[in-house]
Design a protein around this ligand. Structure first.
Ligand SMILES: Cc1cc2nc3c(=O)[nH]c(=O)nc-3n(C[C@H](O)[C@H](O)[C@H](O)COP(=O)(O)OP(=O)(O)OC[C@H]3O[C@@H](n4cnc5c(N)ncnc54)[C@H](O)[C@@H]3O)c2cc1C
Length: 292
Protein backbone atom coordinates (compact mmCIF):
# COMPACT_ATOMS: atom_id res chain seq x y z
CA UNK A 1 0.00 0.00 0.00
CA UNK A 2 1.23 3.49 -0.74
CA UNK A 3 1.88 5.59 2.37
CA UNK A 4 -0.30 8.26 0.77
CA UNK A 5 -3.24 5.80 0.87
CA UNK A 6 -2.63 5.28 4.60
CA UNK A 7 -2.65 9.08 5.04
CA UNK A 8 -6.11 9.20 3.49
CA UNK A 9 -7.37 6.88 6.26
CA UNK A 10 -5.36 8.02 9.29
CA UNK A 11 -4.26 11.32 10.73
CA UNK A 12 -1.20 9.74 12.36
CA UNK A 13 1.23 7.00 11.43
CA UNK A 14 3.68 4.96 13.50
CA UNK A 15 6.67 3.54 11.78
CA UNK A 16 10.00 1.87 12.43
CA UNK A 17 13.29 2.31 10.66
CA UNK A 18 15.77 -0.55 10.25
CA UNK A 19 19.16 -0.91 8.66
CA UNK A 20 20.10 -4.06 6.74
CA UNK A 21 21.87 -6.57 9.02
CA UNK A 22 25.52 -7.04 8.13
CA UNK A 23 26.02 -10.75 8.84
CA UNK A 24 24.19 -13.97 9.64
CA UNK A 25 24.15 -13.44 13.43
CA UNK A 26 22.73 -9.91 13.06
CA UNK A 27 20.20 -11.29 10.59
CA UNK A 28 18.87 -13.76 13.18
CA UNK A 29 18.74 -10.96 15.76
CA UNK A 30 16.99 -8.76 13.20
CA UNK A 31 14.33 -11.43 12.59
CA UNK A 32 13.62 -11.74 16.32
CA UNK A 33 13.35 -7.97 16.76
CA UNK A 34 11.12 -7.51 13.71
CA UNK A 35 8.91 -10.29 15.11
CA UNK A 36 8.51 -8.39 18.39
CA UNK A 37 7.90 -5.07 16.66
CA UNK A 38 5.22 -6.56 14.41
CA UNK A 39 3.07 -6.98 17.53
CA UNK A 40 2.94 -3.17 17.69
CA UNK A 41 1.31 -3.10 14.22
CA UNK A 42 3.37 -0.31 12.63
CA UNK A 43 1.75 1.50 9.71
CA UNK A 44 5.00 1.14 7.79
CA UNK A 45 8.65 0.27 8.20
CA UNK A 46 11.65 1.61 6.32
CA UNK A 47 15.06 0.19 5.45
CA UNK A 48 18.07 2.47 5.15
CA UNK A 49 20.49 2.54 2.26
CA UNK A 50 24.06 2.33 3.57
CA UNK A 51 26.52 5.18 3.22
CA UNK A 52 28.00 5.27 -0.26
CA UNK A 53 25.35 2.86 -1.52
CA UNK A 54 27.34 0.15 0.28
CA UNK A 55 24.29 -1.86 1.30
CA UNK A 56 22.31 -1.77 -1.94
CA UNK A 57 21.99 -5.53 -2.29
CA UNK A 58 21.16 -6.05 1.41
CA UNK A 59 18.76 -3.07 1.50
CA UNK A 60 16.84 -4.41 -1.50
CA UNK A 61 16.85 -7.96 -0.03
CA UNK A 62 15.52 -6.66 3.32
CA UNK A 63 12.87 -4.57 1.59
CA UNK A 64 11.80 -7.61 -0.44
CA UNK A 65 11.69 -9.76 2.73
CA UNK A 66 9.74 -7.27 4.87
CA UNK A 67 7.35 -6.29 2.10
CA UNK A 68 6.71 -9.57 0.33
CA UNK A 69 7.37 -12.26 2.96
CA UNK A 70 6.33 -10.50 6.17
CA UNK A 71 3.66 -8.32 4.58
CA UNK A 72 4.69 -4.99 6.13
CA UNK A 73 4.23 -1.74 4.20
CA UNK A 74 7.88 -1.10 3.47
CA UNK A 75 9.67 2.05 2.37
CA UNK A 76 12.98 1.56 0.54
CA UNK A 77 15.56 4.27 1.21
CA UNK A 78 17.70 5.17 -1.80
CA UNK A 79 20.44 7.78 -2.33
CA UNK A 80 22.25 9.57 -5.17
CA UNK A 81 25.66 8.32 -3.99
CA UNK A 82 27.70 6.68 -6.75
CA UNK A 83 24.66 6.35 -9.03
CA UNK A 84 24.20 7.47 -12.63
CA UNK A 85 20.82 8.44 -14.00
CA UNK A 86 20.71 5.11 -15.88
CA UNK A 87 21.55 2.99 -12.84
CA UNK A 88 18.93 4.86 -10.81
CA UNK A 89 16.29 4.16 -13.48
CA UNK A 90 17.30 0.49 -13.47
CA UNK A 91 17.09 0.31 -9.66
CA UNK A 92 13.66 1.97 -9.65
CA UNK A 93 12.44 -0.57 -12.21
CA UNK A 94 13.81 -3.38 -10.05
CA UNK A 95 12.05 -1.98 -6.96
CA UNK A 96 8.86 -1.75 -8.97
CA UNK A 97 9.28 -5.40 -10.06
CA UNK A 98 9.35 -6.50 -6.39
CA UNK A 99 6.15 -4.48 -5.78
CA UNK A 100 7.73 -1.70 -3.73
CA UNK A 101 5.35 1.24 -3.56
CA UNK A 102 7.21 3.68 -1.32
CA UNK A 103 10.62 5.29 -1.57
CA UNK A 104 12.55 7.52 0.82
CA UNK A 105 14.78 9.53 -1.52
CA UNK A 106 17.93 11.16 -0.18
CA UNK A 107 21.06 12.73 -1.49
CA UNK A 108 23.38 10.78 0.84
CA UNK A 109 26.30 12.05 2.87
CA UNK A 110 29.75 13.23 1.75
CA UNK A 111 32.36 10.44 1.84
CA UNK A 112 34.12 9.89 5.22
CA UNK A 113 36.70 12.58 5.91
CA UNK A 114 35.18 15.06 3.43
CA UNK A 115 32.63 17.80 4.02
CA UNK A 116 31.61 18.00 0.37
CA UNK A 117 29.19 15.67 -1.38
CA UNK A 118 30.64 14.14 -4.55
CA UNK A 119 28.20 13.86 -7.40
CA UNK A 120 28.50 10.90 -9.80
CA UNK A 121 29.47 12.35 -13.26
CA UNK A 122 26.20 11.16 -14.77
CA UNK A 123 24.18 11.48 -11.59
CA UNK A 124 22.59 13.98 -9.23
CA UNK A 125 23.77 16.58 -6.72
CA UNK A 126 20.56 16.97 -4.74
CA UNK A 127 17.74 14.76 -3.54
CA UNK A 128 15.29 16.98 -5.46
CA UNK A 129 16.74 15.71 -8.78
CA UNK A 130 16.28 12.10 -7.69
CA UNK A 131 12.73 12.94 -6.67
CA UNK A 132 12.05 14.56 -10.06
CA UNK A 133 13.11 11.37 -11.80
CA UNK A 134 11.02 9.11 -9.54
CA UNK A 135 8.02 11.39 -9.93
CA UNK A 136 8.19 11.09 -13.74
CA UNK A 137 7.67 7.33 -13.37
CA UNK A 138 4.57 7.92 -11.27
CA UNK A 139 4.97 4.56 -9.50
CA UNK A 140 5.86 5.39 -5.92
CA UNK A 141 4.81 7.47 -2.94
CA UNK A 142 7.87 9.57 -2.16
CA UNK A 143 9.32 10.52 1.21
CA UNK A 144 12.25 12.85 1.86
CA UNK A 145 14.37 13.96 4.82
CA UNK A 146 14.24 17.29 6.62
CA UNK A 147 16.20 18.89 9.44
CA UNK A 148 14.59 20.66 12.43
CA UNK A 149 18.05 21.91 13.46
CA UNK A 150 19.09 22.78 9.85
CA UNK A 151 21.07 20.53 7.52
CA UNK A 152 24.75 20.85 8.57
CA UNK A 153 25.86 22.01 5.09
CA UNK A 154 23.18 24.70 4.67
CA UNK A 155 24.38 28.31 5.01
CA UNK A 156 21.34 29.33 7.00
CA UNK A 157 18.02 28.00 8.27
CA UNK A 158 16.14 30.10 5.71
CA UNK A 159 18.29 28.76 2.86
CA UNK A 160 17.67 25.20 4.05
CA UNK A 161 13.91 25.74 4.20
CA UNK A 162 13.91 27.30 0.75
CA UNK A 163 15.86 24.28 -0.59
CA UNK A 164 13.39 22.00 1.18
CA UNK A 165 10.53 23.79 -0.57
CA UNK A 166 12.23 23.09 -3.95
CA UNK A 167 12.54 19.44 -2.97
CA UNK A 168 8.90 19.23 -1.91
CA UNK A 169 7.81 20.90 -5.17
CA UNK A 170 9.73 18.24 -7.10
CA UNK A 171 7.14 15.72 -5.85
CA UNK A 172 7.53 14.80 -2.19
CA UNK A 173 4.51 13.17 -0.52
CA UNK A 174 5.76 13.14 3.07
CA UNK A 175 8.73 14.29 5.14
CA UNK A 176 10.53 12.54 7.98
CA UNK A 177 12.80 14.55 10.24
CA UNK A 178 16.35 13.95 11.28
CA UNK A 179 16.44 12.84 14.92
CA UNK A 180 16.18 15.57 17.55
CA UNK A 181 15.80 15.68 21.34
CA UNK A 182 14.42 19.15 21.94
CA UNK A 183 10.83 19.35 20.70
CA UNK A 184 10.95 23.12 20.42
CA UNK A 185 13.21 22.71 17.37
CA UNK A 186 10.53 20.56 15.72
CA UNK A 187 7.69 22.97 16.52
CA UNK A 188 9.67 25.98 15.24
CA UNK A 189 10.68 24.08 12.12
CA UNK A 190 7.12 23.03 11.31
CA UNK A 191 6.00 26.63 11.71
CA UNK A 192 8.71 27.87 9.33
CA UNK A 193 7.94 25.11 6.82
CA UNK A 194 4.22 25.97 6.85
CA UNK A 195 5.03 29.66 6.35
CA UNK A 196 7.09 28.77 3.29
CA UNK A 197 4.13 26.88 1.79
CA UNK A 198 5.13 23.28 2.70
CA UNK A 199 1.90 21.50 3.56
CA UNK A 200 3.12 17.88 3.68
CA UNK A 201 3.10 15.74 6.81
CA UNK A 202 6.32 16.27 8.75
CA UNK A 203 6.76 13.09 10.77
CA UNK A 204 9.15 13.44 13.71
CA UNK A 205 12.04 10.95 13.72
CA UNK A 206 12.76 9.84 17.28
CA UNK A 207 15.60 7.80 18.74
CA UNK A 208 15.81 6.69 22.38
CA UNK A 209 19.26 7.15 23.89
CA UNK A 210 19.57 4.04 26.03
CA UNK A 211 23.31 3.55 26.56
CA UNK A 212 25.98 5.83 28.01
CA UNK A 213 28.31 5.35 25.01
CA UNK A 214 25.46 6.30 22.67
CA UNK A 215 24.76 9.50 24.61
CA UNK A 216 28.46 10.43 24.47
CA UNK A 217 28.50 9.79 20.72
CA UNK A 218 25.47 11.98 20.07
CA UNK A 219 26.88 14.74 22.26
CA UNK A 220 29.96 14.84 20.06
CA UNK A 221 27.86 14.97 16.88
CA UNK A 222 27.63 18.59 15.82
CA UNK A 223 24.23 20.09 15.38
CA UNK A 224 22.15 17.96 17.77
CA UNK A 225 20.92 19.79 20.84
CA UNK A 226 20.65 17.36 23.76
CA UNK A 227 18.87 18.79 26.83
CA UNK A 228 21.23 19.36 29.78
CA UNK A 229 19.00 17.47 32.22
CA UNK A 230 19.34 14.31 30.10
CA UNK A 231 23.10 14.70 29.92
CA UNK A 232 23.45 15.39 33.65
CA UNK A 233 21.34 12.39 34.64
CA UNK A 234 23.23 10.18 32.18
CA UNK A 235 26.52 11.29 33.73
CA UNK A 236 25.30 10.39 37.21
CA UNK A 237 24.14 6.93 36.02
CA UNK A 238 27.30 6.33 34.00
CA UNK A 239 28.01 2.89 35.55
CA UNK A 240 24.38 1.77 35.80
CA UNK A 241 23.26 0.57 32.36
CA UNK A 242 19.69 -0.30 33.46
CA UNK A 243 19.22 3.19 34.93
CA UNK A 244 20.53 4.78 31.71
CA UNK A 245 18.20 2.58 29.67
CA UNK A 246 15.19 3.65 31.75
CA UNK A 247 16.30 7.30 31.59
CA UNK A 248 16.44 7.16 27.76
CA UNK A 249 13.10 5.35 27.48
CA UNK A 250 11.38 7.76 29.89
CA UNK A 251 12.83 10.73 28.03
CA UNK A 252 11.58 9.38 24.68
CA UNK A 253 8.11 8.68 26.16
CA UNK A 254 7.86 12.28 27.40
CA UNK A 255 9.16 13.58 24.07
CA UNK A 256 6.69 11.52 22.00
CA UNK A 257 3.79 12.36 24.33
CA UNK A 258 4.45 16.10 23.93
CA UNK A 259 4.78 15.81 20.15
CA UNK A 260 1.56 13.82 19.79
CA UNK A 261 -0.39 16.07 22.14
CA UNK A 262 0.68 19.05 20.04
CA UNK A 263 -0.44 17.72 16.69
CA UNK A 264 2.54 15.76 15.34
CA UNK A 265 1.29 13.38 12.63
CA UNK A 266 2.77 10.29 14.30
CA UNK A 267 6.25 9.07 15.15
CA UNK A 268 8.97 7.50 12.99
CA UNK A 269 11.13 5.48 15.32
CA UNK A 270 14.83 4.90 14.65
CA UNK A 271 15.03 1.37 16.10
CA UNK A 272 18.74 0.67 15.48
CA UNK A 273 17.40 -2.87 14.83
CA UNK A 274 16.49 -3.31 18.50
CA UNK A 275 12.98 -3.88 19.77
CA UNK A 276 13.08 -3.50 23.55
CA UNK A 277 12.97 0.31 23.77
CA UNK A 278 10.38 0.64 20.99
CA UNK A 279 8.10 -1.89 22.68
CA UNK A 280 8.49 -0.19 26.09
CA UNK A 281 7.82 3.26 24.64
CA UNK A 282 4.85 2.37 22.45
CA UNK A 283 3.17 0.21 25.12
CA UNK A 284 3.47 3.08 27.62
CA UNK A 285 2.12 5.65 25.15
CA UNK A 286 -0.86 3.38 24.51
CA UNK A 287 -1.57 3.07 28.22
CA UNK A 288 -1.38 6.83 28.58
CA UNK A 289 -4.23 6.94 26.05
CA UNK A 290 -2.19 9.03 23.68
CA UNK A 291 -3.36 9.01 20.07
CA UNK A 292 -1.27 6.14 18.70
C1 LIG B 1 14.74 10.61 7.62
C2 LIG B 1 16.14 10.47 7.06
C3 LIG B 1 16.54 9.25 6.52
C4 LIG B 1 17.84 9.11 5.99
N1 LIG B 1 18.22 7.89 5.45
C5 LIG B 1 19.44 7.77 4.88
C6 LIG B 1 19.84 6.54 4.26
O1 LIG B 1 19.09 5.56 4.24
N2 LIG B 1 21.07 6.47 3.69
C7 LIG B 1 21.93 7.55 3.70
O2 LIG B 1 23.06 7.43 3.15
N3 LIG B 1 21.59 8.72 4.27
C8 LIG B 1 20.37 8.85 4.88
N4 LIG B 1 20.00 10.05 5.45
C9 LIG B 1 21.01 11.12 5.55
C10 LIG B 1 21.04 12.04 4.31
O3 LIG B 1 21.50 11.32 3.19
C11 LIG B 1 21.99 13.19 4.67
O4 LIG B 1 21.47 13.97 5.70
C12 LIG B 1 22.44 14.06 3.50
O5 LIG B 1 23.52 14.87 3.95
C13 LIG B 1 21.37 15.00 2.94
O6 LIG B 1 20.39 14.32 2.31
P1 LIG B 1 19.05 15.07 1.79
O7 LIG B 1 18.30 14.10 1.01
O8 LIG B 1 18.39 15.77 2.90
O9 LIG B 1 19.75 16.14 0.80
P2 LIG B 1 19.23 17.41 0.01
O10 LIG B 1 17.79 17.65 0.22
O11 LIG B 1 19.73 17.28 -1.39
O12 LIG B 1 20.02 18.59 0.75
C14 LIG B 1 21.44 18.51 0.97
C15 LIG B 1 22.00 19.91 1.19
O13 LIG B 1 21.93 20.65 -0.02
C16 LIG B 1 21.14 21.82 0.13
N5 LIG B 1 20.35 21.94 -1.10
C17 LIG B 1 19.30 21.17 -1.49
N6 LIG B 1 18.85 21.54 -2.70
C18 LIG B 1 19.64 22.58 -3.10
C19 LIG B 1 19.70 23.39 -4.27
N7 LIG B 1 18.83 23.21 -5.28
N8 LIG B 1 20.65 24.36 -4.34
C20 LIG B 1 21.54 24.54 -3.32
N9 LIG B 1 21.54 23.80 -2.19
C21 LIG B 1 20.62 22.83 -2.09
C22 LIG B 1 20.28 21.60 1.37
O14 LIG B 1 19.94 22.82 2.01
C23 LIG B 1 21.21 20.73 2.23
O15 LIG B 1 22.13 21.54 2.92
C24 LIG B 1 18.73 10.22 6.00
C25 LIG B 1 18.31 11.45 6.54
C26 LIG B 1 17.02 11.59 7.06
C27 LIG B 1 16.58 12.90 7.64
Amino acid sequence: MKITDIFRQQIRTFSFEFFPPKDEISAVDFGINVGRLMNLHPDFVSVTYGAGGSTQERTFAMVDYLHNKIGLNTVAHYTCVGASKESIQKDFRYLQSIHVKNLMLLRGDPPKGSDRFICHPGGFSYASELINLAKELNLFAIGAGCYPEKHPEAHSFDADISNLKKKVDAGVDFLITQLFFNNQHYFNFVEKARKSGIINRIIPGIIPLTAYSQIRRFTKMSGTDIPAELLDSAESYKDKPEKIYQLGVDFAITQCAELLSNGAPGIHFYTLNKSRAAVDIFETLKHKNLPI
